[in-house]
Write a new protein. Structure first.
Length: 118
């Protein structure tokens, strides 16, 4: 199974020549703590305690996959009224979600102006 991580965040963890400065166990530990990108998290229900697991944070905007469709939703944990999405859809076992990607960011505005002028 492939695992996608944020390479920029990983590079930021290392400074200098990592082969001479870091032990392999430390390198593995740093890789393991990197956030995963593009991986679906499946919402699960535990019969023993009656709780749903692998839920997004309250107010988090996500991509939701359910019954062969993908939509953008906001997860709402209302406490007394339960958990649901801003579209009104209830949270259900078997739904899968992932955080929205970060918006594209142009590092150099001058590059954008040059492209628009061509």
């Amino acid at each position: 199974m492939s695992r996608y991580i944020d390479a920029d965040l990983l590079k930021a963890e290392f400074t200098g020549n990592f082969r001479t400065h870091y032990e392999p166990a430390l390198i593995k530990a740093i890789i393991d703590i990197q956030p995963e990108v593009g991986k679906w998290k499946v919402i699960e229900y535990c019969e023993e305690d009656g709780y749903l697991y692998n839920l997004p944070e309250d107010g988090q905007r996500i991509l939701l996959s359910y019954k062969g469709r993908v939509s953008e939703e906001e997860f709402i944990d209302d406490g007394k009224d339960g958990v649901y999405f801003d579209s009104g859809m209830d949270v259900d076992v078997g739904m899968a979600w992932q955080p929205l990607p970060e918006p594209y960011h142009i590092d150099d505005v001058n590059k954008l102006v040059e492209v628009e002028q061509k």
